[in-house]
Design a protein around this ligand. Structure first.
Ligand code: 5GP
Length: 183
């Protein structure tokens, strides 16, 4: 029996998941965020072990083979996944663990851990997702287009989540998440 809860947070690229999670961690000390493994290149300012564990394709595939991943997916030609032991150690400590992952991974988690709470974070509109993604200014045009395409598909998945939260203001979204965790 786990002492902490798993909270899965998904939402289209650019919706502001990172900012919301950061605020949530500051406000709610029972929460920690799981650091995922990925094969994508680090963006400027991203730190290995903090934002992601940046590993090679070979390392990632070896972890899959050894059954070390709780879930994983391929997104935009890269692997992303959650390391089982990383999450388990937080749960053993009684922490609520936030998994900031996309929809395919969320489905895998719900199957393996039905008690996990799934939340979909949406923007007030599709145009707003595009605006936020462009404002971030970290991706080239081709990547932005691909991410917008994925985002459109992802928005349709919101109905499969336990809760849907609109990120109209960070404060509202964070308060809503805290209510969900405590319920
Ligand atoms: P980004 O490249 O913008 O950091 O992440 C791209 C997408 O991958 C986002 O939707 C993010 O939530 C998702 N993602 C990040 N880590 C994981 C993970 O461990 N597993 C899965 N399934 N998706 C992840």
């Amino acid at each position: 029996m786990n002492k902490g809860k798993i909270l899965v947070l998904s939402g289209p690229s650019g919706v502001g998941k990172g900012t919301v999670v950061k605020e949530l961690l500051e406000k709610e000390k029972s929460c920690v965020v799981s650091v995922s493994a990925t094969t994508r290149a680090a963006r400027q300012g991203e730190i290995d072990g903090v934002h992601y564990f940046f590993i090679t394709k070979e390392e990632f595939e070896s972890k899959i083979e050894k059954g070390e991943m709780l879930e994983y997916t391929r997104y935009n030609n890269n692997y992303y996944g959650t390391i089982k032991s990383h999450v388990q150690s937080f749960l053993d400590d009684g922490k609520n663990v936030i998994l900031e992952i996309e929809v395919d991974g969320a489905t895998q988690i719900k199957k393996k851990c039905p008690e996990a709470i799934t939340v979909f974070l949406t923007a007030p509109s599709e145009d707003e997702v595009e605006r936020r993604l462009r404002k971030r200014n970290t991706e080239d045009e081709e990547t932005i287009k691909k991410r917008l395409e994925i985002a459109k598909g992802e928005m349709k998945m919101a109905k499969h989540y336990d809760f849907s939260v609109v990120n109209d203001s960070i404060e509202n979204a964070v308060n809503e998440l805290i209510k969900i965790i405590k319920s």
